[in-house]
Write a protein that binds this ligand. Structure first.
Ligand code: G3H
Ligand code: 13P
Ligand code: ZN
Length: 316
């Protein structure tokens, strides 16, 4: 099966009131972990690649590994650029064969974000590639993106309509209280669901019915992985993610794509730490990377079954 775009995935997800998981990938074991879970659940998945993952592994290597697991496991996958910083990176990914790209112009002012996003959309649509953009600013830290909490801003519903109309972008990432990384909330977790519903309603009124919304920064910071990491020497203190019931609620609304990276990193690290902690005499990389891969697969399968609700979505 060749790579697919997210278009049909999102149409089905919107109607079926579930969401497709977008899992950040960067090496063989993470890719296989996601592939195993997708195959076990017969779920469509999005494998997404940040700019730093592109640099770490190389676009061609990533594409070849993703093609290989599609064949090996018979799964339905869209390959997506996550937080593309500029036109050139988006173009490189399209040339490599990615089926979806994100252009993240959320740090530009509104009109500049529109203009730069539209440039990517026009180029992508001529090539059958779909585009995600972002409006509003999420707090949090990634390698390439660092937004302080006080600079985070929620997405303005009226701007969202104007943005979608003027750019023709296929899906929109919005800021409603999530953030990147393992430390998402200081007090109680809170997401602005009213804002999400206002955006959806206004989009519908403007002629964009069933428009797919994307939720970034949606790791739940899995307590089992954190506990295992800490038990075997880790020091991950005070980490807090998005509660599962909030993610389920978002998946039942217009959110069709839910992005997770931190949880996969934690699961991989938990497996490796546990292996080193319990088998200090061993040094076969297939042992520790293998346990990391097993924990990633388990985690992704649980996300698909218990949160996203996308089981069987890969069926025609
Ligand atoms: O939001 C995106 C990812 O968490 C990217 O992280 O730049 O460290 O690969 P990274
Ligand atoms: P997390 O840090 O919550 O996993 O978010 C990942 C993400 O949004 C990737 O784009
Ligand atoms: Zn993100």
């Amino acid at each position: 099966m060749p790579l697919v775009t997210t278009k049909r995935m999102f149409e089905k997800a919107f109607d079926g009131q579930y969401a497709i998981g977008a899992f950040n990938i960067g090496n063989q074991e993470i890719i296989q972990g996601v592939a195993i879970a997708a195959s076990e659940t017969r779920s469509s998945v999005i494998m997404e690649v940040s700019k730093s993952a592109l640099k770490y592994t190389g676009p061609k290597t990533l594409k070849a590994m993703v093609d290989a697991v599609i064949d090996e496991y018979g799964i339905e996958v869209a390959l997506h650029l996550d937080h593309g910083p500029d036109f050139e990176t988006a173009k490189l990914c399209m040339e490599t064969g990615f089926t979806s790209v994100m252009f993240d112009g959320s740090h530009y002012d509104f009109n500049e974000n529109i203009q730069k996003t539209k440039e990517v959309v026009d180029y992508a649509h001529e090539r059958g590639v779909v585009v995600e953009a972002e409006l509003g600013k999420l707090a949090g830290v990634e390698d390439e993106v660092n937004v302080k909490a006080e600079n985070a801003t929620y997405t303005d519903p009226d701007q969202a309509i104007e943005f979608v109309s003027k750019t023709g972008v296929d899906s929109l990432a919005i800021a409603i209280g999530t953030s990147h990384g393992a430390y998402k909330f200081k007090g109680d977790a809170k997401l602005d669901f009213d804002r999400l519903q206002t955006i959806t309603k206004k989009l519908e009124e403007a002629g964009f019915a069933k428009y797919p919304i994307v939720l970034h920064g949606a790791s739940s910071v899995d307590p089992t992985s954190v506990e295992l990491c800490n038990r075997y020497g880790g020091q991950i203190k005070g980490a807090k993610g998005v509660p599962n019931d909030m993610l389920r609620k978002a998946a039942g609304l217009a959110v069709c794509k839910i992005n997770m990276d931190t949880d996969l990193r934690l699961a991989m690290t938990a497996g490796i730490r546990e292996f080193f902690g319990t088998k200090p005499d061993q040094f076969d990389y297939r042992g520790y990377l293998g346990l990391g891969r097993e924990y990633v697969a388990k985690l992704v399968e649980a996300k698909i079954r218990d949160i996203l609700g996308s089981v069987n979505s890969a069926k025609p």
